[in-house]
Design a binder for this molecule. Structure first.
Ligand SMILES: [Zn+2]
Length: 59
């Protein structure tokens, strides 16, 4: 079953699971991401939906 995306999509490094990924831009190969924590560079990242937390509502 597919849910409609409500939360924010976060990208995680497949190697160290860091979220400190930067987009390296697209070449012929497609998009590349660069992990600032482990120096992984590649097109594959884990995309995860971050649920909207109700505990940190703005006042
Ligand atoms: Zn990494």
């Amino acid at each position: 079953m597919r849910r409609r995306t409500r939360g924010k999509i976060v990208r995680r490094c497949p190697q160290c699971r860091s979220t400190r990924l930067v987009f390296e831009g697209g070449l012929i190969l497609g998009q590349l991401f660069h992990c600032l924590d482990c120096d992984y560079v590649g097109p594959l990242v884990i995309e995860e939906e971050e649920p909207v937390s109700s505990s940190s509502r703005p006042a």
